[in-house]
Design a protein. Structure first.
Length: 135
C-alpha cells in the first residue's frame, strides 16, 4: 500500500533525528570505558596570584573554554536537513567552565602545570596552566 510506505518512511525519518550522533556517543563511551591515550583537545590558561599565595599555596578560580556536545543538534551538526547554526555544523560548541585549581606552595613566576577536565557532555580536555606571580 502506498500510504503505508509513506508512513513507514516518515516514521523512520523522525526516529533517526531523535538519536544523538554516533560520533558523540562513541567519544563518550571511549572516555568512560576505554581510557584512550589520545589527550583530546587542549586549552591554555593563566593564573595570576600574589607572592604571598605563591609561598603558601592557594585555591584559585579559573574559567576555561572547553568543547561540549551542541545542545541544539545533539552532536549531529544539523537540524533536520540544514546545518546547525549554533555549532556551525561541527556538532560541538565551546563552553565556559569554572574550575577551582589548587596551586601548591612554592610556585614561582612562569611555572607551568597541566591537568585534564572531563565535562559531562564533552570530550576530555587538557588544560595547560601558566602561573603569573605579582609583586
Amino acid at each position: 500500500m502506498p500510504h503505508e510506505r509513506a508512513y513507514r518512511r516518515s516514521f523512520t525519518d523522525e526516529v533517526a533525528i531523535d538519536f544523538p550522533s554516533s560520533r558523540a556517543a562513541t567519544e563518550l563511551f571511549r572516555r568512560d570505558h576505554v581510557g584512550s591515550d589520545d589527550p583530546g583537545p587542549s586549552t591554555r590558561a593563566e593564573i595570576t596570584i600574589s607572592a604571598c599565595q605563591a609561598g603558601t599555596g592557594a585555591m584559585v578560580p579559573l574559567d576555561v573554554r572547553v568543547a561540549r556536545t551542541c545542545p541544539t543538534c545533539g552532536g549531529r551538526g544539523e537540524v533536520w536537513s540544514e546545518r546547525c547554526e549554533p555549532c556551525d555544523g561541527n556538532g560541538q560548541e565551546l563552553h565556559q567552565q569554572r574550575l577551582t585549581v589548587a596551586v601548591p606552595a612554592g610556585v614561582v613566576h612562569g611555572d607551568r602545570f597541566s591537568f585534564n577536565v572531563s565535562p559531562p557532555r564533552g570530550p576530555r580536555t587538557r588544560v595547560d596552566v601558566r602561573v603569573a606571580v605579582t609583586a
